[in-house]
Ligand binder design. Structure first.
Ligand SMILES: Nc1ncnc2c1ncn2[C@@H]1O[C@H](COP(=O)(O)OP(=O)(O)OP(=O)(O)O)[C@@H](O)[C@H]1O
Ligand SMILES: O=C(O)c1ccc[n+]([C@@H]2O[C@H](COP(=O)([O-])O)[C@@H](O)[C@H]2O)c1
Length: 195
């Protein structure tokens, strides 16, 4: 696991990255800049608990490809979840928090992930423990508003103008970040390479 010292602001960006693409890199850059982060941990999951592993490339391959795409020195590409035998984000976050006291973490995800977020294990606990930044994604710009999490935690939504302070805020606190968007997706890339 990467390490961060007290008072450092770190974005946690988890994904299958199967394969990673420029849309992921854009999310990472937007998060670093708009959330005023010192670091972003690009966490390659051993496997999304809600997705089939049928089409999942080996972790070592997704890790290596991620390292090639994530060029910003503030980005730390890591696969520590596999090494620590954790797969559910709630467990990952508990581990990260326990090992990095005093660090201000923010969970980062694309707008499509917000739609399904209420199916994640212990999702309410995640929202109550970590500030969350949702980055706009084509196809999910408006639908995110009707998501269970957006409705349940409407009271905790923070104006995107306050995004630079999000990492320092006490949960629950979440914001939606608009900006340049990419319509790339791993599934489209997999489909194109198969055809
Ligand atoms: N083009 C994009 N714009 C914004 N967010 C994205 C984009 N692509 C992926 N993300 C976000 O990055 C994280 C990791 O996504 P993931 O690795 O599943 O890629 P994907 O392109 O969504 O894959 P798939 O098409 O296989 O579902 C998720 O939070 C997802 O919402
Ligand atoms: O913890 C869960 O229940 C859970 C359910 C779905 C997805 N996640 C996490 O969400 C992140 C994005 O996954 P993905 O496949 O959309 O790239 C990744 O870190 C997954 O481990 C976590």
């Amino acid at each position: 696991m990467p390490h961060a010292g007290r008072g450092v602001a770190v974005g946690l960006f988890g994904g299958s990255f199967n394969p990673p693409h420029a849309g992921h890199a854009l999310v990472a850059e937007i998060a670093l800049r708009r959330l005023a982060l010192d670091q972003l941990w690009w966490m390659v999951t051993p496997g999304n608990p809600l997705k089939s592993t049928r089409e999942l490339a080996p972790l070592s391959e997704r890790l290596q490809q991620s390292e090639q795409i994530a060029k910003n020195p503030k980005i730390k590409v890591t696969a520590f979840e596999a090494a620590h035998h954790v797969r559910f984000t709630a467990d990952t976050l508990a581990l990260v928090k326990a090992r990095n006291p005093g660090v201000d973490f923010v969970w980062i995800m694309g707008a499509d992930s917000l739609r399904d977020f209420h199916r994640w294990q212990r999702w309410r606990q995640i929202v109550m423990t970590f500030p969350i930044a949702v980055i706009d994604r084509p196809g999910a710009t408006l639908s995110f508003l009707s998501s269970v999490v957006a409705k349940t935690f409407d009271y905790a939504r923070v104006d995107e103008g306050d995004a630079p302070r999000l990492a320092r805020m006490k949960a629950p606190a979440w914001t939606f970040i608009h900006g340049p968007r990419s319509s790339l997706s791993s599934s489209a890339i997999r489909k194109a390479t198969k055809d």
